[in-house]
Design a binder for this molecule. Sequence first.
Ligand code: GAL
Length: 331
Amino acid sequence: METQAFGTIHGQAVTAYTLTNQHGVRLTCLDYGATWLKLEVPTAVGRQNLLLTSPSFDGYADPRSYHGKTIGRVAGRIGADQYPQPLPANEGTSTLHGGPHGFSTLMWAVQATAEQLVFSRYITSAEDGFPGDIDVKVTYTLTANDDVLIDFDANTDQPTLFNPTNHAYWNLNAGDETIQNHQLMLNSHQRFAVQTNKVPTGELLDNAHGGFDFSHPTDLGAALATMQTTAEKGYDDIFLVAPHTASEPVAKLTQGKLGVTMYSRRNALVVFTANAFGDELDFGEKTSRPYIGIALEAQTAPSAVADPRYGDITLLPGQPRHEQVRYHFEY
Ligand code: GAL
């Protein structure tokens, strides 16, 4: 395990932690936001980072893009009126990605071994605005088989919500090209209809029409071309994951020899293609612009907050919750 100083926030030092496996795959995370900073693979021409990464801490102090950050207590958008108790709003009356003081904005304690980075945090209700004081652990594991596992664990003292995810954006190009030359496969046949504020209506739409069918490996450039007549001009969609076994992937992204395959038992995956990104964001050699990265966010469908047909995201005293996402890399 290696460490590197990575700036400061509110006078506190931010540190980057790097694990390396037998094949030379390197995983780097920050204690701030329990952020996934880099995933580097060895290639014929040297090490290549597959994530969108800001070169300095300033890029992570900006709350808008959430790149690499741990998201919680609840990923995605839930409406103020969808839970019996008021939730901390940060987008009109909605709570996006855990609200203004979500997991992505916190400093986490770290325990590191040769294979794991364990980030832990006690978060009070007064601190992030959700009911209940919670104990959270986010564990990144780098295996000898080129897998990264992220395990999310939580306990609470009062009923609350827990639907965390990681907000890494992928770009498998060595140079400055966008993800338009990537292929994407999703284990999904339906997606959630949303209101103008992007909170789901609870209805499902069929993926078969209008550029949403990724049930086979699909060219993202061609798919994005079909989206140019929409207001979003790209993907920012909550896909319903089809029933599947633990060994079946929920998503696979490839470009040439490089690939990332995601495994998750949860029933939704948000796909976001950075449709309006501009030069307010700094990703080093990758010029920030639309489609410079793709976020694939495994989660329980946000509709579960108000509709048990879409799952259960409640966290109850005495009933700890555990969620996991696994990424496998080919290079
Ligand atoms: C996504 C969300 C987008 C946007 C993005 C962060 O998860 O669906 O609408 O908020 O995060 O820039």
